[in-house]
Design a protein around this ligand. Structure first.
Ligand SMILES: Nc1ncnc2c1ncn2[C@@H]1O[C@H](COP(=O)(O)OP(=O)(O)OP(=O)(O)O)[C@@H](O)[C@H]1O
Ligand SMILES: Cc1cn([C@H]2C[C@H](O)[C@@H](COP(=O)(O)O)O2)c(=O)[nH]c1=O
Length: 215
């Protein structure tokens, strides 16, 4: 494949099914012969995974909101330098579980930090790079929390109040309306078979676009 690979991100609140969806999309694209890197944020490189541990750990000392925002972007800078940019430049597709839209949703929406701080850091850390396509898995907050709780111990974010997650969800839905060309919203409250069917349609569209570009 020539040229830069596609950069696809998966977003959504807690427990909506992003990891499950990512595995399905990766398998569909892999079957179609797409050279693919799957990864996640915060994390995706050794150092960024260390920062993830720091961010998700439940601790006595309250975490300052600005410190949290800066740690998210520190992890992202490393992830971009070590994994995402090299893969895209080599023509591979990158499928990433969360990216900067999560920072808008959680640190600006959830924590209520100014969105312009996120924008400034986005420009500094990413330059022009933005996802080509973002799959937003959307479901009622209580459903996602129920699914997340079914998995056991809760991390520092999963322990937030319902009102926090309602702000996260509202921010994601606003981003999807404002960037409707890039976003595909999936009703993640449906049974897995229906979610998979929606994902299959999106994969076919992405593959058709990419094949069209190459002809
Ligand atoms: N559409 C669905 N219907 C029912 N259960 C689902 C559905 N999608 C995912 N699940 C289940 O819900 C749980 C959470 O799914 P998953 O880990 O994929 O969510 P996630 O969005 O990646 O969560 P988190 O962001 O909290 O890590 C898993 O047990 C998964 O099997
Ligand atoms: C990238 C990013 C993530 N978060 C939060 C959102 C989640 O609660 C955790 C990551 O864990 P998950 O397994 O993906 O659910 O981190 C955030 O607050 N801001 C971000 O930019």
């Amino acid at each position: 494949m020539s040229g830069r690979g596609l950069f696809i991100t998966l977003e959504g609140g807690e427990g909506v099914g992003k990891s499950t969806a990512l595995a399905h999309v990766a398998s569909r694209l892999g079957d179609a012969g797409v050279p693919l890197v799957t990864t996640r944020e915060p994390g995706g490189s050794a150092l960024a995974e260390d920062i993830r541990e720091v961010l998700l750990a439940v601790r006595e000392e309250p975490v300052d909101d600005l410190a949290e925002l800066l740690l998210m972007f520190a992890a992202r800078a490393q992830h971009l330098a070590r994994r995402i940019r090299p893969a895209l430049e080599a023509g591979q597709w990158v499928l990433c579980d969360r990216f900067t839209d999560a920072t808008y949703a959680y640190q600006s929406g959830g924590r209520e930090l100014p969105a312009r701080w996120v924008q400034q850091l986005e420009t500094l850390v990413q330059g022009e790079l933005r996802p080509d396509c973002t799959l937003l898995l959307d479901a009622p907050v209580t459903l996602g929390i129920e699914r997340a709780r079914g998995r056991g111990d809760l991390d520092r974010f999963e322990r937030e109040q319902v009102a926090f997650f309602e702000r996260v969800r509202a921010t994601y839905l606003r981003l999807a309306r404002e960037s409707s060309g890039r976003y595909r919203v999936i009703d993640a409250g449906q049974p897995l078979s229906a979610v998979r069917a929606q994902l299959d349609v999106i994969c076919s569209e992405l593959l058709a676009c990419e094949n069209g570009d190459r002809q």
